[in-house]
Design a protein around this ligand. Structure first.
Ligand code: XMP
Ligand code: MG
Length: 193
């Protein structure tokens, strides 16, 4: 209902206008990415760096398709309020591991303006990894402000604000199993565009 808080027990699916990428397509693509990564890193050790919180679920699924010895670490970076980027990044959680001489794969949920990825590269490259590559589940190239390489890309999507599979709107909807667009009144009720 418009303007009202969601009732307790309210079904997440009632807020969805459209499924952009269904669960089976997501999982099939994640398996393919994992197999490609496994081929590319054969004979090497990998450090997989998931970017919290958005990429937590994609990282977990992708990591289980990577079949070379791999460590798992996480970083948490914040830059976003609602649907708009602030362009300012803050590291809330840094890595446990040293990266010196290691092959590093950064795992992101979505690349939009590219500013977060550029910040991450600038932040991690001075730690002298042997290599630094990026896997991103989603890519919104129409919104790009800075050119950043994506080595493993799940899907290209149009310029829509999406949720699900770890992606949130005001901290909700991360637990949807598909990539979805919310109904306009859901964004409006939260005081966003
Ligand atoms: P940039 O613009 O730095 O954005 O490439 C990367 C971060 O922006 C967030 N983002 C989204 N989050 N639905 C979301 O839930 C979206 O459609 C969306 N577009 C960008 C996200 O946190 C990502 O890490
Ligand atoms: Mg994010």
């Amino acid at each position: 209902a418009e303007g009202e808080a969601a009732p307790v027990g309210h079904d997440l699916w009632e807020d969805i206008a459209e499924v952009l990428i269904p669960e089976d397509q997501l999982q099939k693509r994640i398996q393919e990415l994992g197999e490609t990564i496994t081929e590319d890193y054969r004979g090497r050790d990998l450090v997989v760096v998931g970017i919290l919180k958005g990429a937590a679920l994609f990282t977990a699924d992708l990591f289980r398709w990577i079949r070379v010895p791999a460590s798992l670490d996480f970083m948490r970076i914040v830059s976003y309020a609602g649907t708009r980027t602030t362009g300012v990044h803050r590291v809330l959680l840094d890595l446990e591991y040293e990266l010196d001489g290691r092959d590093v794969l950064v795992v992101e949920d979505i690349v939009d303006t590219g500013l977060t990825l550029r910040f991450l590269r600038d932040y991690l490259l001075p730690r002298n990894p042997a290599s630094l590559r990026v896997a991103a589940l989603l890519d919104k190239p129409s919104r790009r402000q800075v050119d950043v390489p994506i080595d493993y890309r799940g899907f290209e999507i149009p310029d829509r604000f999406v949720v699900g599979m770890g992606l949130d709107f005001n901290e909700k909807y991360r637990n949807l199993r598909a990539i979805c667009v919310l109904r306009p009144e859901v964004y409006a009720a939260a005081g966003q565009e």
